[in-house]
Design a protein around this ligand. Sequence first.
Ligand SMILES: [Zn+2]
Length: 178
Amino acid sequence: MRKDVFVYRIDSADTIVSVSDNWQSFADANAWNSLLRPENVVGHAIWEFIFGPETQYLYQELFKRVRKGISSRAIPFRCDSPDERRFLELYIKPLSQGQIEICSKILRSEPRNSVRLLDENAPRSKEFVTLCSMCKKVKISPEQWAEVEEGLALLKIFEADDMPQLSHGLCQSCCDSQ
Ligand SMILES: [Zn+2]
């Protein structure tokens, strides 16, 4: 099985019914939370792993379309770690009986100077910033979203500060592109 492609399936009630065998290598490649093990995922609703009401809405709309028999086109998204920008694509296709197959493919990654905002072990303040769940841009205002490095500078959050907590949303351009 290819290392850069990860596939999972949900049933008609949006419960995860299987994940591909390369779980560990894909999880490592994407610096996923180490608690996210197959045994903690299969049998659970996909909604436990999709954060933020806007993002959930986006996926609900995609699933509705796919269940009418229309495969999605490639949907770009990011799955960054503190040290890497990771560019992926998502494909969603219908199976029989309302099941759906969700396929993530790693296209490329770029190293960068470590970003503490994305380090889950960094100390957190009581403040919040919103990240776009799809492109991982930081919300500056409802109209303005910026790459994380630029966003931290615009929000005047400095490397030595405690990092704000993360909440998840959907930027306008990701919203429009679906
Ligand atoms: Zn976005």
